[in-house]
Design a protein around this ligand. Structure first.
Ligand SMILES: C[S@@+](CC[C@H](N)C(=O)[O-])C[C@H]1O[C@@H](n2cnc3c(N)ncnc32)[C@H](O)[C@@H]1O
Length: 243
């Protein structure tokens, strides 16, 4: 009991120290609530399994708690995980948990989840393509990946003072990494702030029927395969008749 309390206290101190820095970054972009509302719109109303990569204090798990059957948050920081656990416990969220995990080597099986979120984490990565590839690997067919990060900017202070390794991402490079991970890109949302713009990119793991073999088989019956997803209008794969 005493140990638990001391872990909670040191984690709280760690969070207090970092929370101040994060608040200074937050003041550079649009309201967090606007970003969160936009994120909510990117996923279907119900998910079986949500993976939150770089969960930090577990905020994304809290946000999506009433939409998911199960949620798991991964982070490399034991201190952040302690804060996230305490937050989930305080809020009575028992169907979501957090655990130690590295975004470059996710400890999940292939096709384990139907939703992945990477909120304000990718700019800490020296290998974002690898993170997206791992996220794609654990997505089920029809599963949705959502990444929220900054558009390209030139605030060097974020590199120096806040350990950012990347000063934002452009849409083309994220789209390229989606494609290499076998994902279909969805709409892009921009929440313009001064000086930072938050961008939300979404992608979907195509359902099996879109794989090359099946497309050929299905193509005798109709001209289009349509995949509907909340945040994606309708992704229409046009095909030629084979007969
Ligand atoms: C800005 S914070 C948390 C943001 C969090 N997603 C949210 O919405 O509040 C970024 C987090 O990424 C975590 N992180 C950094 N490198 C990581 C890695 N290789 N694998 C998993 N998490 C990592 C950090 O420990 C930190 O908690």
């Amino acid at each position: 009991m005493r140990l638990r309390r001391s872990v909670a206290l040191s984690a709280a101190e760690y969070f207090r120290a970092n929370a101040e820095e994060w608040d200074s970054v937050r003041s550079l972009h649009v309201q967090e609530s606007d970003v969160e509302n936009a994120l909510l719109e990117c996923f279907p109303d119900h998910l079986e399994d949500l993976l939150d990569i770089g969960t930090g204090t577990g905020r994304m798990l809290q946000l999506f708690a009433d939409r998911v059957d199960r949620g798991v948050g991964l982070d490399t920081s034991r201190d952040m995980l302690a804060v996230a656990r305490a937050n989930l416990e305080t809020m009575g969220i028992r169907h979501c948990h957090v655990q130690l995990g590295d975004m470059y080597r996710l400890s999940l099986e292939d096709k384990a989840v139907d939703g992945v979120i990477v909120h304000q984490v990718l700019h800490y990565s020296e290998n974002p393509a690898r993170v997206i590839s791992e996220a794609g690997r654990v997505l089920r067919p029809d599963g949705v990946l959502v990444i929220a990060d900054f558009s390209p900017h030139n605030l060097e202070a974020l590199r120096e003072d806040h350990a950012h390794l990347r000063l934002g991402f452009d849409d083309a490079e994220i789209g390229d990494w989606f494609a290499k991970a076998g994902l279909v890109a969805g709409p892009i949302k921009k929440l313009e702030g001064d000086p930072l713009t938050v961008t939300i990119w979404s992608a979907m793991r195509p359902p099996f029927i879109i794989s090359t073999m099946s497309i050929r088989q299905e193509s005798r019956q109709s001209n289009h395969v349509q995949c509907t997803r909340n945040c994606f209008d309708r992704i229409t794969i046009s095909r030629r008749r084979t007969s």
